[in-house]
Design a protein around this ligand. Structure first.
Ligand code: DC
Length: 215
């Protein structure tokens, strides 16, 4: 069985996907982490723009475990090195290249093959695994997503303004929805769950009962 979980940043999709992987006992594919691994390799090799496509000759290695995705580059584990703003910025740049998205989506399909997976990422149900029998689009209000981001940054000791974060969240939503190629929206057969007032456990229970009904 394949479970695809899409949703915007701050919707809680990573936490929910990891938890589902553990409860179902099937591997977890964090596609955002793989985008970041390619971004890391771009920085290491000083690749610019479409030169990123060269990486598919010897791509980062991806291991999908229960509740965890690990990535390696040139034999070294880099999973813990990918959280920086710098890597995030390059990941978002390569993510905007249609040629890269096409290649990495085939890469994900080849990686998983016929195996079971909980795959998480912005277009997991629309473009990566369009045949997944369970597709969830997890979302939350912009205010709630901004609040989570605000709490996260504050916990890291950064001084940030909630108003500014909220403005950035709203701007990014508009940009993602309106981009001409790969606009970000739920798959037609996705089940949309609004997690604004739900705990992680509430969302996990909802998805588990959907799986029981459908599979
Ligand atoms: O979820 P994240 O922040 O780790 O993702 C890193 C970047 O990659 C982010 O700019 C979104 C992009 N991404 C994407 O466009 N499609 C995916 N399936 C996963 C990530």
């Amino acid at each position: 069985m394949k479970v695809a979980i899409d949703g915007p940043a701050g919707s809680g999709k990573s936490t929910v996907a990891r938890e589902l992987s553990k409860r179902l006992g099937i591997p977890y594919l964090n596609t955002g982490l793989v985008y970041r691994a390619f971004a890391y390799a771009c920085l290491k090799e000083s690749l610019k723009g479409e030169e990123v496509l060269k990486l598919f000759e010897k791509p980062p290695e991806v291991i999908t475990d229960i509740g965890e995705t690990k990535v390696f580059y040139k034999g070294q584990e880099i999973s813990g090195l990918l959280g920086s703003e710098e890597v995030g910025k390059v990941a978002s740049q390569i993510a905007s290249l249609p040629a890269f998205r096409e290649r990495i989506n085939s890469f994900f399909r080849a990686l998983v093959g016929d195996s079971q997976v909980v795959a998480e990422g912005r277009d997991a149900g629309t473009h990566i695994f369009p045949d997944a029998p369970i597709k969830i689009f997890l979302t939350a209000s912009p205010e709630e997503r901004a609040r989570r981001r605000y709490e996260q940054l504050k916990a890291q000791g950064l001084s940030v303004s909630y108003e500014e974060i909220l403005r950035a969240v709203i701007e990014r939503d508009e940009r993602d929805k309106n981009r001409p190629q790969y606009p970000f929206k739920p798959a037609e057969d996705a089940i949309v769950i609004d997690a604004t007032d739900l705990s992680v456990e509430d969302v996990v229970q909802k998805v588990l009962s959907l799986i029981k009904e459908r599979v």
